[in-house]
Design a protein around this ligand. Structure first.
Ligand SMILES: Cc1cc2nc3c(=O)[nH]c(=O)nc-3n(C[C@H](O)[C@H](O)[C@H](O)COP(=O)(O)OP(=O)(O)OC[C@H]3O[C@@H](n4cnc5c(N)ncnc54)[C@H](O)[C@@H]3O)c2cc1C
Length: 345
């Protein structure tokens, strides 16, 4: 038997960042992943944004998550010698005069100052960008190339003997009073970071996941855009292309890109950008969202060695680093976890 402190099932963004937190705390970890060609993390746009939605309000836990986020990813880049973090301001054009007015009230609300770089009440006049009323620029925002991050993490884990490529079947798991056994591994605990695949795991059949399909395009366009632009749809500028997304569909639960999704994205894009675009890639995946939009983090109600770290929905990039630290501190040092994310809530 190979002994480990922790077994982690799934090497998406959740499993990768959680494994690194345990490693930092001196724990011996083994990650087991089936390495699919499509997963939430392999398709994610990677945007992080503290002010979201039509109402333009701070997202849940913004003050805890955002001020340290860019440093977190920069430190990780240094640690694993990779480049996947791009600290970019988000430009959020106004849709109408009502929004412009609502925003001017928002800017004087307590706690917003930190996140507002500046507001413009006239167009930026970027070639073909449709922003006649101007908009506002958001601080503490940026993007992560998530597929690159997990690919580099995998290399790092492999080089340290922390990674096995395999599909875990729960029937093969032997949960004892003190240890869990799985194949040739024995560990103190096992943590499931399976993303949307958790809905097939009988251990978590009581949890109310609400998976949301997302489609995304990579396009080439002649305009050079320096900022992330977001108005009902986002444009993320990469070196040679712009990523455009995403759709939200909780009925169609597969990973196939659709004609309907492509047309919806192009239609929404045409309200933000008037130039021609050429589609380079069209992808789709499921987001591991939950009934109340809060993650499921903690131990199984019957098995005290079996935990879940999942349900990060469309905000994995900002939520996972914070909660990976919380769960690692909880398991290693007994620090309390918020009841809001308890899987049994
Ligand atoms: C189109 C789209 C756009 C998105 N855009 C953003 C964005 O801009 N910003 C943002 O923050 N988030 C975004 N997200 C959401 C983000 O992708 C997720 O929150 C995050 O990637 C979830 O990571 P995860 O590790 O929980 O799941 P996953 O990435 O699905 O990883 C789970 C891994 O576990 C493996 N696995 C599962 N079960 C088993 C098993 N039994 N045995 C072995 N391996 C197993 C899977 O194959 C997979 O490799 C987007 C998602 C989509 C689909």
């Amino acid at each position: 038997m190979q002994k480990r402190d922790i077994l982690i099932v799934g090497q998406g963004l959740a499993g990768s960042l959680l494994a690194l937190e345990f490693e930092k705390r001196g724990k011996k970890v083994m990650i087991i992943d089936n390495n699919p060609s499509v997963s939430s993390s392999k398709v994610a746009a990677g945007l992080y944004n503290p002010i979201t939605g039509r109402k333009m309000i701070k997202t849940w836990l913004a003050d805890e998550l955002f001020p340290n986020l860019s440093k977190y990813y920069q430190d990780l880049e240094k640690k694993i010698d990779a480049k996947f973090h791009f600290s970019k301001t988000i430009y959020r054009p106004f849709n109408n005069i009502g929004e412009q007015n609502d925003w001017s009230l928002r800017t004087v609300e307590l706690g917003y100052n930190l996140y507002i770089k500046f507001t413009l009440n006239y167009s930026m006049e970027i070639d073909q960008l449709i922003d006649p009323l101007g908009g506002f620029f958001i601080n503490y925002s940026g993007m992560i190339d998530v597929p690159e991050l997990i690919s580099q993490c995998k290399k790092y884990f492999k080089s340290r003997g922390m990674y096995t490529e395999e599909r875990v079947h729960v029937e093969a798991l032997d949960v004892g009073e003190v240890h869990v056994k799985l194949g040739s591994f024995e560990a103190d605990k096992i943590i499931f970071c399976e993303g949307p695949m958790a809905v097939n795991n009988p251990l978590w059949s009581d949890l109310k996941f609400k998976l949301v399909k997302g489609e995304i395009l990579d396009v080439s366009c002649p305009t050079k855009i320096d900022h992330i632009v977001s108005k009902g749809i986002f444009m993320l500028p990469f070196k040679d292309y712009v990523r455009v997304g995403s759709t939200y569909n909780n009925k169609n639960q597969n990973e196939e890109p659709t004609e309907k999704g492509r047309l919806e994205l192009l239609n929404r894009l045409s309200k933000l950008y008037g130039g021609d675009v050429n589609i380079l890639k069209h992808r789709a995946a499921l987001r591991p969202a939950t009934f109340d939009r809060k993650p499921f983090i903690g131990f199984h109600d019957k098995f005290k060695n079996v935990a879940i770290f999942n349900g990060f929905g469309s905000k994995g990039v900002s939520l996972i680093p914070y909660f990976a630290m919380n769960l690692a501190d909880h398991i290693c040092f007994g620090k309390k976890m918020s009841l809001e994310v308890n899987p049994v809530r």
